[in-house]
Design a protein around this ligand. Structure first.
Ligand SMILES: [Zn+2]
Length: 193
């Protein structure tokens, strides 16, 4: 409702990084919110998601907003298509995966006295910064639990989440918001009839 940048808050309720990234745009009509409005807000989200070590945010990732919005649109289309069992255009995500390929080196870990593979971003290009989000989608759509990706059941809510509960009966993006809202609505309509 309020376009002021400080008034929105990014939602991390998808139980999956790629879904959380898609969920940075939410709300219909006059309640529409977009958490990604400039380069800083994209970096802020990446930092909140734990993809940027705190305090290292720089504002020189040129083209970051443009890349982020293109990737978000592509991820949204791919998830929807996968939910419907149809193919989608994968150009944008594959480009991010290719250009943002992290550096991978074999390293000796003195603490545990064993070798391990160290993975870190190759540089601070938009593709490098966004690659973990794209990777997360790859894991989601190729994993054996994709069937548990759901959209919140509230009529006016489009938020996506990965239902990893044991019973797989999660219905709402959040019990505190949509869950309660819909329960109250159902109670009222029962009372009326
Ligand atoms: Zn919801």
């Amino acid at each position: 409702m309020n376009p002021d940048r400080t008034s929105f808050h990014a939602l991390f309720l998808g139980d999956n990084l790629a879904l959380d990234f898609i969920n940075t745009e939410y709300g219909v009509d006059d309640r529409h919110q977009d958490c990604l409005t400039d380069e800083q807000s994209v970096e802020g989200w990446l930092e909140m998601a734990g993809l940027l070590p705190e305090g290292t945010v720089q504002t020189n990732a040129c083209g970051l907003l443009d890349s982020a919005l293109k990737l978000r649109e592509c991820l949204r289309v791919v998830v929807r298509a996968a939910m419907n069992g149809v193919p989608a255009d994968l150009g944008v995500i594959n480009q991010v995966l290719e250009e943002g390929r992290p550096a991978r080196v074999l390293a000796w870990d003195e603490e545990v006295r064993a070798y391990r593979v160290a993975v870190y971003p190759r540089d601070r290009s938009p593709a490098s910064l966004l690659a973990p989000v794209a990777e997360s989608l790859v894991g989601l759509v190729t994993g054996d639990k994709f069937q548990f990706v759901r959209q919140c059941e509230a009529q006016d809510c489009e938020l996506l989440f990965h239902d990893l509960t044991k019973s797989h009966r999660r219905r709402w993006c959040s019990m505190a918001t949509c869950g309660n809202r819909m329960k109250v609505a159902a109670f009222r309509s029962r009372k009326k009839s």
